[in-house]
Design a protein around this ligand. Structure first.
Ligand SMILES: Nc1ncnc2c1ncn2[C@@H]1O[C@H](COP(=O)(O)OP(=O)(O)OP(=O)(O)O)[C@@H](O)[C@H]1O
Ligand SMILES: O=C(O)c1ccc[n+]([C@@H]2O[C@H](COP(=O)([O-])O)[C@@H](O)[C@H]2O)c1
Length: 212
């Protein structure tokens, strides 16, 4: 069984995240673990606390067989480096089990700034979802990222499952317009977020007065 980790701030989780996670679960026949960051060093701290973000994720995946929430980066002290998380998972799953990290195209573009980024290909595959405003092909055509990903693109989920890591796979789904920053801005402006997040998440945000 392929294990797929989908990391992010999830501040809050939105329908775009869920569409990507569900598409990955279906296309890869994988268990997808949504992994909220605890202490990210690459961006400002999240607006909502770890426990609030975990609670919203749990509401969002309630009733789903294939999506779960992995709180290890919230529970762990210190920086939330993907390298450490993937190495820990590798220790749990063994060297041969296929393991993938799901990222949006904007996150893949920032990969050369990640901690020990070149070593990540030795630990897992990358599964990449397109995102509005990001030209993935252009970004992967040259530079450090282009050099690193050249020759790694795989054509199928079966090819991904056949190796423990080191490949990249494009995840095909319609472009998802949502972003957490737009959700936060809408809440702060008193606008509706009903089309951007699941009803239970919207209710949680209102009940706890988040993002005002
Ligand atoms: N609409 C989307 N389509 C595709 N990928 C997405 C989308 N929203 C988020 N992602 C991806 O999900 C992961 C986690 O994203 P994150 O939790 O930072 O959400 P965000 O919407 O980008 O937040 P913010 O607006 O605060 O930057 C990243 O890999 C990101 O690229
Ligand atoms: O390990 C790193 O240095 C690193 C740097 C940037 C992003 N990441 C991971 O990438 C995932 C998406 O993060 P973000 O902020 O780009 O949405 C999340 O799991 C982060 O922990 C990881």
């Amino acid at each position: 069984m392929l294990t797929a980790l989908y990391g992010g701030a999830f501040d809050p989780v939105h329908n775009g995240h869920l569409a990507v996670a569900r598409a990955a679960a279906a296309a890869l026949e994988a268990d997808v673990r949504l992994l909220p960051t605890g202490d990210p060093r690459h961006r400002a701290p999240a607006h909502a606390s770890g426990p609030h973000r975990v609670a919203m994720l749990r509401l969002a995946v309630a009733g789903s067989q294939e999506l779960t929430v992995d709180t290890r980066e919230i529970d762990r002290a210190g920086a939330s480096y993907s390298f450490d998380t993937l190495r820990e998972l590798r220790g749990e799953l063994g060297d041969e089990a296929p393991l993938a990290l799901i990222v949006g195209a904007d996150a893949l573009l920032g990969l050369p700034r990640w901690h020990r980024w070149r070593e990540l290909f030795g630990l897992a595959h990358f599964v990449v979802a397109e995102r509005p405003g990001v030209d993935l092909d252009a970004a992967c055509a040259g530079g450090e990222l282009g050099d690193a990903v050249r020759g790694r693109w795989l054509g199928s989920a079966a090819a991904l499952r056949a190796a423990p890591g080191g490949g990249l796979l494009r995840l095909w789904l319609p472009l998802q317009p949502e972003s957490s920053s737009a959700v936060r801005a809408a809440v702060a402006a008193g606008a509706s977020i009903a089309t951007a997040v699941p009803p239970a998440v919207a209710a949680y945000i209102a009940q706890h007065g988040l993002y005002r």
